[in-house]
Design a protein around this ligand. Structure first.
Ligand SMILES: Nc1ncnc2c1ncn2[C@@H]1O[C@H](COP(=O)(O)OP(=O)(O)O)[C@@H](O)[C@H]1O
Ligand SMILES: [Mg+2]
Length: 245
């Protein structure tokens, strides 16, 4: 099974705190990989580093067939066909639901001069992803007027619209009602079925068990354990660190 993403001793300090501490992991293509660990263990920072939000201080990464990279920019990340969601939802608040998707499609696929030509095509694509998350009926609402759960779903629709190879999902289920959790679980499984790679940060261990092929456990920026979900979640050290027992 091929590796689609690899970090080599990647490190990030914030004012003396090692948020990510010499972390080496390998992510397999076409799998759902969980990243778990207590609050503040560096999960979001890891995603931020791998998506070019912050430079890393040391180490290197390989992503989607790239050569060894010692830095990565957020605008490079599209070229590597990587996308993400945010733990704190980020939308264009004053734009409609539909425009939140169209802006992604337009930005990713065409230059401005071709906009007219692709307009109908993008509209159809936006319809597909918004129907998938059940928001097509809300297409003319401003994002800011959606409920919290609907905003999470819109963020999911937005990453689906990118048609990437690698999806980082930072707590996509947090605060959602059960039917929305089910919907997002199905979407994540469908991505795997399509051969896409999903990296999932999640606190609900039953979802981790249900969805993940492999799990990394972080603690204070380093790797505490890795393995199949069931094995890792039975590891005494993990249980102690994670559940604070
Ligand atoms: N932008 C930042 N500036 C300063 N410190 C940060 C920043 N982002 C994260 N940290 C710190 O890095 C550590 C890891 O945080 P984070 O990656 O958000 O953890 P997690 O997602 O696992 O809860 C924490 O100590 C946090 O306070
Ligand atoms: Mg986080």
């Amino acid at each position: 099974m091929s590796t689609v993403l690899k970090t080599k001793k990647i490190t990030k300090n914030f004012d003396g705190v090692k948020a990510v501490d010499s972390l080496s992991i390998e992510i397999k293509k076409g799998k759902i990989t969980g990243i778990i660990g207590p609050n503040g263990s560096g999960k979001t920072t890891l995603i931020n580093l791998l998506t070019g939000m912050f430079p890393f201080d040391a180490g290197s990464i390989f992503v989607n067939g790239s050569k060894e990279l010692f830095k990565i920019n957020s605008y490079d990340i599209r070229i590597f066909r990587v996308t993400r969601t945010f733990q704190n939802i980020r939308l264009f608040e004053q734009m409609t639901v539909l425009d939140n998707i169209l802006v992604v499609l337009t930005k990713r696929n065409i230059s401005g001069s071709l906009f007219e030509k692709y307009k109908q095509f993008h509209y159809e694509q936006a319809k597909v992803v918004l129907e998938k998350v059940g928001l097509w009926g809300k297409k003319n609402e401003l994002a800011i007027n959606l409920s919290y759960g609907q905003r999470k779903l819109l963020e999911m629709a937005r990453v689906l619209a990118t048609k990437s190879d690698i999806y980082f999902l930072d707590e996509p289920f947090a605060g959602l009602f059960p039917e929305m959790v089910k919907l997002i679980s199905e979407i994540i499984k469908e991505l795997r079925q399509q051969g896409k790679t999903v990296i999932l940060i999640e606190h609900d261990m039953s979802l981790i068990r249900e969805l993940c092929d492999y799990v990394f456990v972080m603690e204070s920026g380093h790797l505490l354990a890795e393995g199949k979900a069931n094995e890792v979640l039975e590891n005494k050290e993990v249980v102690e660190a994670y559940l604070g027992e």
